[in-house]
Design a protein around this ligand. Structure first.
Ligand code: NAD
Length: 515
């Protein structure tokens, strides 16, 4: 009997023993940087002529790992191997498939410090953010393992006299799993494990900004003895191999998390039926956000300011759930703005190897330039009240940036920036604040700080976002407790870490037998 699901506990790095373990893990991983990782197709490890590298965003010349850049030929080969493998894997009992998830979770737990250290180097996460990412990956494995067992059990049906009826959730086929770099272990593990625990086979294409983290999951899966070919590892630039992966007639579904532009492109391409294709491809696309926190006038301003700062600048604002708009009621606007600036000044930035740095780098040069460009736009659209500059040095460091007096139509209030830039918008009353919060094409997360119970109730129905938080920050969703995913252009309305998520990876077969 499997125990009830519980969220993985976070590591307290203030405990000296944990602090030492993390320092040691960082030293060990440092020694392992720069290694080469192969493509894995049907268990075979393959090297290609063309390579690409993953770099440390805190120290841009430091190579994290060397990866193969597959050609279209290898991508097609991987799909064919997964297609063949599906025939057997899809028939394995759910108990057996779930067992691989529980084993992976257990190995991940044993290697927590080292896995977190990889994230510190590869994507610039602070110790706590990296630990949160690994803990969430463990949660996905434990949660989806249990969910697969639940879906494999008898499903409730209305009794029809003279018949024996049952409903089974069966897998779809080969899935292309395409995760982003910003939760390089948790989202990648969640989408991959949800795919194969339900009996599908997988082509895993990690982000080219975090391919080594993907390779680390492959090492863990290999250690569990997961049969070869169930998960095939094809790292590479999405812009080069993505279309082949998505458009192949044997690709049955695409589980994507990333930007709206790429998600919409995948959705469009997948909708085109190819020769020999005998299904409509399913696309799960979890995309961007432009999340707002409303700060009402009768509220504990200290709690609200702490919540806004943590939501806007935790992991450099590079969370899909991050707050990028603070919508503040006129009566407290000036005071609240001062409090945000005060807190911005306290933030220490630098390499996350040093745990005293709260903020690390942004992910790469392209993001660095795009964010600085948005800051220039913001300076014209409103008043820069804090930050705004890049920090010279070997990494892509940008100050936490607060731009005040922004209108709800301004570009920095409408477009996803995905960096440490907060637009502050004034609202004359609570209804106007809600209208502003709902005024973008997105609908991922949102939060309201208020002591007014009527306002809380109104927000519950009017604030249109997939994850609404009341009197708390808008980041930090827990698997099981906060099923995660947004509305409108934030995605296809799926809920990662929720009880209906695995349905998206299956199709239901009703079997009726006359008695
Ligand atoms: P991205 O869209 O640039 O890349 C995501 C993935 O798509 C990567 O693996 C990339 O290699 C791949 N890709 C790129 N071009 C492709 C193509 N033509 N075909 C197929 N695949 C292609 O996004 P990113 O920069 O990695 O991640 C940041 C974005 O992800 C932000 O917009 C953020 O809001 C979003 N995000 C959303 C959620 C959510 O749950 N809604 C969670 C995390 C991140």
């Amino acid at each position: 009997m499997v125990e009830e699901f519980k969220n993985e506990k976070f590591i307290d790095f203030l405990v000296p023993e944990n602090h030492q373990k993390m320092e040691l893990a960082l030293k060990e991983v440092k020694q392992e940087l720069g290694k080469e990782y192969e493509i894995i197709i049907g268990g075979k490890k393959i090297k290609t002529k063309e390579k690409f590298q993953s770099y440390n965003p805190s120290n841009k010349d430091e190579v994290i790992g060397i990866l193969q850049q597959p050609s279209h030929k290898e991508v097609r080969q991987a799909i064919e191997v997964a297609f063949e493998k599906f025939k057997g894997w899809s028939k394995e009992p759910a108990e057996k498939r779930a067992e691989y998830l529980f084993k992976t979770a257990s190995i991940m737990r044993e290697n927590k410090f080292k896995l977190s250290a990889w994230l510190v180097y590869e994507v610039g996460k602070s110790w706590a953010e990296a630990d949160g990412d690994i803990a969430e990956a463990i949660d996905f494995l434990e949660f989806y393992g249990r969910e697969a067992l639940r879906y494999a059990g008898p499903q409730p049906l209305t009794k029809i006299p003279g018949e024996k009826n049952e409903l089974k959730y069966i897998p779809l086929g080969v899935g292309a799993v395409i995760p982003p770099w910003n939760f390089p272990m948790s989202i990648l593990t969640g989408m991959t494990s949800a795919s194969f625990v339900t009996g599908n086979t997988v082509i895993l294409k990690p982000s080219s900004d975090s391919p080594v983290t993907g390779a680390k999951l492959m090492e863990l899966l290999e250690e569990t003895g997961l049969p070869e070919g169930v998960v095939n590892f094809v790292p590479g630039r999405g812009s080069v191999i993505g279309d082949t992966l998505v458009s192949h007639p044997h690709t049955r579904f695409i589980a994507f998390t990333g930007s709206m532009a790429v998600g919409l492109h995948i959705n469009e391409l997948a909708s085109k039926v190819q020769q020999e294709q005998i299904w409509i491809k399913r696309v799960l696309a979890e995309m961007g956000g432009k999340n707002a926190i409303i700060v009402d006038e009768d509220v504990n301003l200290t709690t609200a300011a702490d919540g806004v700062i943590a939501s806007a600048f935790g992991y450099q604002g590079q969370k899909c759930s991050a707050c990028s708009r603070a919508v503040v009621l006129e009566a407290i606007y000036n005071k609240f703005l001062d409090m945000l600036v005060e807190r911005g000044k306290q933030i220490k930035i630098g390499s996350p190897v040093d745990p005293t740095n709260y903020m690390g780098p942004v992910i790469n040069e392209r993001a660095f330039k795009a964010i600085l460009n948005y800051i220039e736009i913001g300076k014209k659209e409103g008043h820069l009240v804090y930050g705004g500059k890049a920090i010279p040095g070997p990494g892509y460091f940008i100050e936490p940036t607060i731009v005040a007096d922004i209108t709800s139509e301004a570009r920095i209030a409408q477009e996803e920036i995905f960096g440490p830039v907060l637009a502050v918008i004034k609202a004359s009353n609570f209804d106007e604040a809600l209208t502003i919060a709902n005024s973008t094409m997105y609908g991922l997360t949102g939060s309201v700080y208020t002591n007014n119970s009527a306002h809380l109730e109104k927000a519950k129905t009017v604030f249109h976002c997939g994850n609404l938080y009341l009197n708390r920050k808008c980041t930090g969703a827990f698997v099981g407790g906060h099923p995660f995913g947004g509305f409108n252009m934030s995605g296809t309305d799926s809920k990662a870490g929720g009880r209906d998520y695995l349905l998206l990876f299956t199709q239901a077969k009703a079997i009726s037998e006359a008695l």
